[in-house]
Design a protein around this ligand. Sequence first.
Ligand code: FES
Length: 192
Amino acid sequence: MGNHKVEYPQKQNDTTVYEFTNEELAEIQKHVAKYPDKQSAVMPALWIAQEKWGWLPQGAIQLVADTLTLSFAHVYGVATFYTMYLKEFKAKYLLEICTCFTCGECGGDKLMNYTRKKYNLNHDDVSPDGLFWIREAECLGACDTAPVAQVHNRPLVHNLDESAVDSIIEGFKEGKLPAYTAVPLIDQSLIS
Ligand code: FES
């Protein structure tokens, strides 16, 4: 897996043979069986591919299309509609900081700048050691705990601040993601 950018649908110079194992195919079949048609299993199949390769190279999109007997264009269309499907590989871990309206007002932009500066991120927002990259997220649906981050497509970190950013990045160095936490409840007395 190289550190390169994809500009779909251009052909990639990629000689990897993309195949699912029998276990992965069985997992995809379980999803297919839940729906009246194979097409409906495209999202879990893409997720299984992404978990395997860490992102979705063109060959993985083609494999999902072939597995579900769909067109490349259809699967590609789904993959490009959702930001959680990664169409490019920049680094091992992804940190997304919400800079949408509420989080932006509550410090999301400042935390993006803090992270860029403190960790000497390059113009592509990748750390010099290639361990992680950051990008801005649109609303993550947790505005009442703004600012919020999503860590590598998985847990949200609520009430993000500089020390929380630092501890997320320390976790990356140790190969760890933050634990899932319940959304902190607002003190109801504040709104009575
Ligand atoms: S604006 Fe950031 S979670 Fe809604």
